[in-house]
Design a protein around this ligand. Structure first.
Ligand code: 9D3
Length: 269
């Protein structure tokens, strides 16, 4: 019996912001645009000012107790969340983009891609009134330990990274499995024409027509590159039995173990 799976649904993003144009422009190109046209995702940006109660449409105010900067008022945020939740049949998880949030990773993106709808709230100024966060926000997410001027760029990063995980968005069906992070390390280096660029040739093996040799070169290059650029990722890498054979033959298993990588081979071969 056919069932409604999340795979066939349109994933709906609602974004609350005082700068809707900031998102609108950058979401109108590339894969994100195609995904919207194909009905795989829908993005609606809502101007918080439209939900401000006073005649000046104020969305911020001075902090109680004094101090630097401004704080986002709770009422416009609350009114906007309520109104936007009512715009689609099922409510969305409310995510506040905030420097205090859970660090965003590919694993978080994969978890959120399993939802059908997200309501992304972008803060500005020094932050939002804590009572709004407590009453309306399901989860706070940070995109990293650096300081932005607001949550809009962070919201775009969530939309971008979640959209490409949705079924059918990327051309190649198993694109996700050849992702940079699928083996847990970095991807091999890429080359295209010209064969000779500023005197530097592309690696000879790539022209050999020997698919096994190419795959082997790429595996070794990927592991070497991970050692060089992201040694912190080495310990968490995982390999297929065939890849392990190659790595053993290439003498890379010892180096992997030295980096804290746990042998997947039975009985410490
Ligand atoms: C100097 C006071 N700041 C403490 C770190 C307060 C503050 C900084 C930056 C309050 C708001 C912001 C705006 N940042 C975001 O809205 C934000 C953000 C970020 O700054 N870094 C990483 N992820 C995110 S998600 C939203």
């Amino acid at each position: 019996m056919p069932v409604e799976t999340p795979a066939g649904e349109t994933f709906r993003f609602d974004v609350l912001t005082i700068f809707p144009e900031l998102l609108d422009s950058s979401l109108k190109e590339g894969i994100i645009r195609r995904a919207q046209e194909a009905g795989q995702i829908a993005i609606a940006c809502h101007n918080l000012r439209n939900y401000a109660l006073d005649k000046h449409a104020m969305t911020d105010d001075r902090p109680f107790g004094g101090g630097e900067g401004m704080v986002m008022k709770p009422e416009p945020l609350a009114a906007a969340v309520q109104a936007v939740q009512a715009m689609a049949p099922q409510p969305g998880r409310v995510i506040l983009l905030s420097p205090q949030g859970r660090p965003y990773t590919q694993a978080v993106a994969e978890e959120l891609a399993g939802q059908a709808r997200l309501l992304l709230v972008c803060g500005r100024y020094e932050g939002v009134d804590e009572r709004f966060t407590a009453q309306y926000v399901d989860e706070e997410i940070s995109i990293g330990d650096y300081i932005l001027t607001g949550g809009e760029l962070a919201a775009m990063i969530l939309i971008d990274s979640i959209t490409r995980l949705r079924p059918g968005v990327l051309g190649c069906a198993d694109s996700a499995s050849c992702d940079t992070f699928s083996r847990g390390g970095l991807k091999y280096p890429q080359y295209t024409r010209p064969r000779l660029f500023e005197g530097v040739p592309a690696p000879e093996v790539l022209f050999s027509g020997d698919h096994a040799a190419v795959a082997e070169w790429r595996l070794v290059a990927a592991v070497e590159r991970t050692f060089a650029k992201r040694p912190d990722l080495v310990a968490g890498m995982s390999f297929s039995p065939n890849e392990l054979k190659i790595l053993q033959r290439q003498g890379l298993l010892a180096r992997l173990r030295e980096s804290g990588w746990k042998s997947q081979l039975p009985e410490n071969q």
